[in-house]
Design a protein. Structure first.
Length: 674
């Protein structure tokens, strides 16, 4: 027997209250008249009879009420065998860790043998289930009593590249046990890697009807060298040497000098020596010669000296390509803004942009479809054919950056943006000499790394209301300085001034270059992807202009990773293996994605024995019930105590009424004076 809320047993102290009341009543005497007390001596009366308890039945009932009330709140229970436990049936779950660290030595082979041994203990009437787990749990079988099927499922488990998560397998076990089936006996077979423990530790808890059995296949921390990180530019736009930085780490108390090599497209480039301290890391720097145009596959590799050679290589991708082009349309008489804009773009060559300029007259013969984005710099009018092509370009997913100056104000509305201009506001000499920015939306990509807009002086502003638009910057009177509006599948970014150093002094401020760069990156949608991805991260397949196009993903083995339906509609793809993925998009733009395993898996440190002991006991204190052996159920007794409390309360009321009425009806004898 046990109690779910034992602190309520403290209410038993209240049993002294009825005792006190019954004892107190014994000292009450009925006064009687007497003639004279002058012949009596003063002395202390002592009578055992007066100290005797009366109405013992009533006292017992009151004590019982308090006792039952305290026990009721403590919620007592008894353990009884469950229906399935009485029949001797249980579900044996065998969970085998197939994470990246299980590739070390013969760990996975030993884990499979442990799983076969655990299945050999199945008794008649028991069922088994096989699970492979790493960052996610994979059900290899459904619950079955076919031992041959279970053993085949164990042998079919393959090593993976994911990071193990003990919290994930604990959640899976809780889900299985909560289904209301027989008691669960869970055999978790793993290398008990310390870095896989969840935070908080309570995530390891399992249900009360689950018996947890751990099978460690690693006893001590093993030394391991590995390539921890590689830093290389994902894209190269100029003919120059490319710098590649590599970090080599050692775990497990081992130090030494190790050879590190760099290769590109399978051809060795350079080899260096790295002196790696014990439990530390060393950094190396390589320089690639001119990379070939197109997609290049790079690797940094160290010589193998340990039982986990899979982390001795680190892949990265590098693409040599032409810069994306931006069309800058301006009035023929005003090329000043073009000079400032082009200088800002060319000052950051790694951003990967080049500017093509065209006057409004020349734009009639230009197609915007071949440009990453279009800038309209204070244009008064546009050729009809170009404006129609530009509108269709935006609706299909293109982007436009509109600079609204005096010429645009004379037009009366902002092109494509379709927002009327209320007025062209000028700062006056008599009043305010210039306007400043009051607020900036730093959550927008074009403003996230731009600081100091408050110090820019604006002398002329095209005032609009920016209806149905996201305002990125405002003046003190609330006038929008920058705003973005969605048009079809594309977007139009409006700036209520120019870049000519006449309407404002923005081009003279340090923030001008990052503002132009970030705006170009955001509008063009060609922000470079990281050179490498971690296994189990997600690759976005459709965004902006790719929303309606088909996307094909070729995995590391050369096989298609997506079905026809997924290629046409999937929004993201989970990268589950190490190596190179080729992404072929419908707009003929291909990408090469390098994926590496989480390097936390390379630290082969094991969980301490005391922590393992706590984990093993997680099944006795998990959610969903009280402590008990697998196959037992906790049956609460609160209903019986509630019924007994009701009976005691009714009986106490009847007894109290009887005794009190008898006391009131008893005659009082009074002696009269002689």
């Amino acid at each position: 027997m046990g109690f779910l809320s034992p602190w309520f047993l403290g209410g038993l102290l209240a049993v002294g209250l009825p005792l006190y009341i019954h004892m107190l009543r014994q000292h009450k005497t009925v006064p009687m008249p007497f003639s004279s007390l002058m012949f009596f001596e003063r002395r202390t009366q002592s009578s055992v009879k007066h100290r005797r308890l009366k109405y013992l039945a009533l006292l017992a009932l009151r004590l019982a009420i308090i006792l039952l009330l305290a026990l009721l709140f403590a919620n007592p229970f008894i353990r009884v065998p469950g229906a399935s436990a009485e029949a001797g049936k249980k579900l044996v779950v065998v969970a085998v860790d197939n994470s990246f660290s299980m590739r070390a030595g013969d760990r996975l082979a030993r884990a499979k043998q442990e799983a076969i041994n655990a299945l050999g203990a199945l008794r008649s009437g028991d069922r088994g289930q096989v699970i492979a787990f790493a960052s996610n749990a994979q059900l290899m079988t459904q619950p079955t009593d076919d031992v041959a099927e279970l053993r085949t499922a164990v042998q079919a488990i393959q090593p993976g590249d994911s990071r193990s998560s003990y919290g994930e397998i604990a959640r899976t076990l809780r889900s299985i046990a909560a289904a209301g089936g027989p008691p669960v006996e869970a055999h978790v077979i793993t290398d008990v890697q310390k870095s896989s423990l969840p935070t908080p530790f309570s995530e390891l808890a399992v249900n009360a009807n689950t018996k947890l059995v751990l099978h460690p296949v690693a006893e001590n921390r093993e030394p391991n060298y590995f390539v921890e990180a590689v830093n290389a530019p994902p894209s190269v736009y100029q003919a120059k040497k490319v710098r590649v930085q590599a970090t080599i780490a050692a775990a497990g108390g081992q130090a030494g000098e190790i050879a590190v090599s760099l290769s590109l497209n399978g051809k060795p480039v350079e080899t260096k020596k790295a002196a790696v301290p014990a439990n530390g890391r060393a950094a190396l720097e390589f320089f690639l010669p001119d990379a070939a145009y197109g997609l290049n596959r790079g690797e940094v590799r160290i010589e193998s000296r340990d039982k986990l050679p899979q982390d001795d290589v680190f892949p990265f991708s590098l693409e040599r390509k032409e810069p994306s082009r931006i069309l800058f349309v301006h009035e023929a008489r005003n090329a000043r803004a073009l000079q400032f804009y082009r200088t800002a773009i060319e000052s950051t060559p790694d951003a990967g942009f080049a500017v093509d300029a065209a006057t409004t007259e020349q734009a009639a013969n230009v197609s915007p479809d071949k440009y990453a984005s279009v800038v309209l710099s204070d244009v008064a009018s546009l050729p009809g054919s170009f404006e129609e092509a530009l509108t269709a370009y935006v609706k299909r997913g293109g982007s436009i950056f509109v600079l609204a100056g005096a010429a645009t104000a004379g037009r009366g509305k902002i092109p494509i943006y379709e927002e009327p201009i209320a007025e062209a506001r000028y700062a006056s000499r008599e009043g305010e000499r210039f306007l400043t920015v009051a607020s900036v939306d730093e959550t927008h990509p074009s403003m996230s790394r731009v600081h100091g807009f408050e110090g820019v002086k604006f002398y002329q502003i095209a005032r609009t209301e920016a209806k149905n638009a996201r305002v990125l910057a405002r003046l003190p009177d609330g006038t929008p300085l920058a705003a973005e509006k969605k048009v079809g599948a594309g977007k139009v970014l409006m700036f209520a001034s120019t870049f000519d150093n006449i309407a404002n002094d923005l081009p003279l401020h340090p923030l001008f270059v990052p503002f132009v760069e970030q705006t170009a990156v955001y509008l063009s949608g060609v922000e470079p992807a990281p050179p490498t991805y971690v296994v189990d991260s997600f690759l976005e397949l459709r965004a902006g202009r790719d929303a309606g196009s088909s996307v094909e993903v070729i995995g590391p083995g050369g096989a298609r990773a997506l079905s026809l339906k997924e290629a046409a509609s999937a929004q993201a793809y989970r990268l589950t293996r190490e190596g190179f993925y080729e992404v072929r998009r419908g707009n003929s733009r291909n990408e090469l994605i390098a994926v590496h395993a989480d390097r936390r898996e390379s630290d082969l440190d094991v969980i301490p024995n005391e922590t393992l002991a706590l984990w093993k006991s997680a099944g006795t204190s998990g959610p969903g019930g009280t402590a008990g052996e697998a196959g037992e159920q906790a049956r609460s007794l609160w209903w019986y105590f509630a019924l007994a409390l009701l009976v005691a309360a009714v009986a106490e009321s009847l007894f109290a009424s009887r005794y009190l009425n008898a006391a009131e009806e008893r005659p009082v004898v009074r002696k009269q004076a002689a």
